[in-house]
Design a binder for this molecule. Structure first.
Ligand code: PMT
Length: 225
């Protein structure tokens, strides 16, 4: 960061949210269980606090929060392009979306007909949006990633913190039914380079405040490369 924020200054916060959808054919797609609730809680809280919010979201059933710049996307590739286009305006970026790591290699124009007893769909890698932010897009602001883990939650989150150049990774155990995907509560680990904090299980709305407070504090001290 070249300039430091003073407490109370307005930030521009880019947030990704929701799932992506990767077409198999014109009527079918691959997706995941993300509802968008965590990302939208961050977006609405940040907007209520007076920050400028750019919400880049995959398809959800949620109402778009008031006073956010809403950029709807469907696929990981579209999310990648939207982030590349908008990231330069942000001084804080938070990646809560559940982005598909793979997409079908070939998408036929017509609906796939039922014929053989089994079929195989070849998948190819999608771009890693968060992983491109530092090196490919040259982003210098505060970077907050998420980690959706089913085992070794802290270790895996810490690996993502380092490999993706994050200032903070918010980790959640998505093997649990009571937190994580598509519920109103979450229990998170806040994984910083030198410490890990474990706030108690709470509503996503409340945890959005906790995450934003940390991100704003990091921005205020200019804590990045
Ligand atoms: O939407 P909800 O129902 O409220 O559920 C919330 C949530 C479980 C989706 C959320 O809390 C969460 O964990 N989001 C991250 C989901 C995820 O894809 O995690 P990951 O560990 O696979 O990815 C690590 C990070 O890289 C994430 O910040 C993700 O946004 C990002 N990523 C991943 C793959 C990819 N191709 N591009 C990315 O940017």
């Amino acid at each position: 960061m070249t300039s430091q924020l003073m407490p109370g200054d307005q930030s521009t916060i880019l947030i990704t949210a929701g799932p992506t959808r990767e077409a198999i054919d014109p009527v079918r797609y691959l997706t995941n269980r993300s509802s968008g609730k965590m990302g939208y809680a961050l977006a609405s809280t940040a907007a209520e606090q007076g920050h400028r919010v750019i919400l880049i979201s995959g398809p959800t059933q949620l109402d778009v929060p008031d006073r956010v710049d809403y950029i709807p996307v469907e696929t990981a590739e579209e999310m990648y392009q939207a982030v590349e286009h908008h990231i330069g305006k942000a001084n804080i970026a938070i990646f809560a979306a559940a982005v598909a790591d793979y997409r079908p290699a070939v998408v036929p124009e017509q609906k796939i007909k039922k014929s053989a007893e089994s079929m195989t769909i070849e998948l190819v890698r999608n771009p890693d949006v968060l992983g491109s932010v530092r090196n490919t897009f040259g982003y210098k602001g505060i970077l907050v990633g998420f980690a959706a883990e089913t085992e070794n939650v802290e270790t895996n989150a810490r690996e993502k913190l380092t490999s993706k150049g994050c200032d903070l990774v918010v980790a959640n155990d998505v093997s649990r039914k009571d937190i994580g995907f598509d519920v109103n509560e979450n229990e998170i680990l806040l994984v910083f380079p030198n410490t890990t904090e474990t706030p108690p299980k709470d509503s996503k709305q409340h945890l959005a405040h906790v995450i934003l407070d940390h991100a704003l504090e990091l921005a205020a001290v200019g804590n990045t490369d």
